[in-house]
Design a protein around this ligand. Structure first.
Ligand code: SF4
Length: 113
């Protein structure tokens, strides 16, 4: 909102008043012609394309889970403290995040490596 503009009206009412002002001052030939596109923008391709990029974290198989937990030093169920200090609610959630993704990347480094 510019200096000197009243703020007593709601935004949409102020916007409507500006639109009415512009419509009232449009010349008839401008109304017939419609929106004007500058020459340098004619034919400009504004289309976009998107490719799928699956970001789901793959769930490790039971054997992979046991292998990751073993690398984390969790060889028995009692070793899974589920303390949350790593930022995951459970040790298995942490192990799932450590599990390599198809591209060979891991979500996070292993705290217990
Ligand atoms: S993996 Fe995470 S939740 Fe499990 S013991 Fe280590 S810090 Fe705690």
């Amino acid at each position: 909102m510019g200096a000197g503009m009243s703020s007593t009206l709601p935004l949409f009412a102020r916007r409507a008043r500006i639109s009415e002002y512009v419509r009232a001052r449009l010349r008839p030939e401008d109304r017939r012609r419609g929106p004007v596109v500058p020459k340098e923008l004619e034919g400009l391709d504004l289309s976009r394309s998107f490719a799928p990029n699956d970001q789901r974290i793959p769930v490790p198989s039971p054997d992979e889970m046991m292998s990751i937990l073993a690398r984390m030093g969790k060889l028995k169920p009692e070793d899974e403290l589920n303390c949350g200090a790593c930022g995951y609610d459970t040790c298995r959630e942490h192990a799932t995040a450590i599990h390599p993704r198809p591209g060979g990347k891991r979500d996070v480094p292993a705290v217990h490596d």
